[in-house]
Design a protein around this ligand. Structure first.
Ligand SMILES: [Fe+2]
Length: 300
């Protein structure tokens, strides 16, 4: 079994058809290198099956109107107005997706197994473009992920996505240039100084869950600078990709420039991953930004 480079070199296609496929281990080294280098791993034949009773739940009305997603974390289920048996079925879908994606990640990336933490599983029922209260939250604009309230201190955002659209509609993404190229372009725009006292204050009053490091501060600026750059959004170096129903893709969303242009009904699994678990840590966004800045960015 072998993987194939796709027409766009930011994707690596992997032929797995089962979340627990024994062949995954043989693809491990190649998948790990591609993932950490900032490619999107694309599994065109890896879908997530829903029962007829579960398929009934593919309706935006089950999402809490104030929320973008239904989510399952170790704290429990949130973001849904489903009650009774429907609520149990929603939770069942999310738990099964967590189990399935965990099995896949463990086979492909055994070195991440004991390190990944902070799981969040999401069911997105809204069509893209119908839920984005501001440009900053409009994910149809190319960006790298950074969380305003959850500083990561250099840790990675590892995400698995599966298109579960029942009507044959793709989830269309744009995938942009390598992280270092984007970072070099936007560094001049990332000029807002990091103020340790402000980071401390924001943590104390509960705006952020931890203190922001200079790295977190830069990543938020990069996220905003990319989304604000209308020229790059229209004419930059990106490729459009249709992820069809019944397919899965995996990436480090803090590293891969991405935009979700259209589509509806998706499952998504997020993990946080410490730098120490990486095989090519020098490619991590924090190490790239430190190289370009010429200093450490993780001091408290
Ligand atoms: Fe994103």
């Amino acid at each position: 079994m072998s993987a194939t480079a796709s027409s766009h070199d930011s994707l690596l296609e992997l032929p797995l058809r089962d979340w627990r496929a024994p062949e995954a281990a043989a693809l491990s080294a190649q998948a790990l290198r591609a993932l950490e280098q900032g490619q999107v791993l694309h599994f065109p034949h890896l879908g997530f099956a829903l029962s007829p009773e579960e398929r009934v739940l593919l309706d935006p009305k089950y999402t809490d109107p104030k929320r973008k997603n239904i989510s399952l974390t170790p704290k429990g289920l949130a973001g849904t107005v489903a009650a009774g048996a429907a609520r149990e079925r929603v939770q069942g879908i999310l738990q099964r997706y967590l189990d399935s994606t965990s099995a896949l990640l463990d086979a492909l990336f055994p070195g991440y197994r004991d390190a990944r933490h902070g799981p969040a599983t999401s069911l997105r029922l809204h069509a893209i473009g119908t839920w984005h209260p501001s440009w900053r939250k409009d994910d149809r604009l190319l960006h790298v992920d950074a969380f305003p309230s959850r500083p990561l201190h250099g840790e990675r955002i590892l995400r698995v996505f599966t298109n579960i659209n029942p009507n044959g509609e793709p989830r269309t993404w744009r995938v942009g240039e390598p992280f270092e190229t984007a970072a070099r372009r936007y560094l001049p725009a990332m000029s807002k100084p990091w103020r340790p006292w402000l980071a401390g204050l924001m943590h104390r009053v509960g705006i952020t869950k931890q203190r922001r490091t200079e790295y977190d501060h830069l990543m938020l600026q990069m996220h905003d600078a990319m989304k604000r750059d209308a020229h790059y959004q229209q004419q930059g170096d990106w490729a459009q990709v249709d992820f069809m129903p019944g397919s899965t893709w995996v990436c480090f969303s803090d590293q891969v420039s991405h935009a979700a242009m259209s589509g509806q009904f998706m499952l998504e699994q997020t993990w946080q991953l410490p730098l120490t678990a990486l095989s090519y840590a020098e490619l991590a966004p924090v190490r790239v930004l430190e190289k370009l800045k010429g200093r450490g960015l993780l001091a408290a």
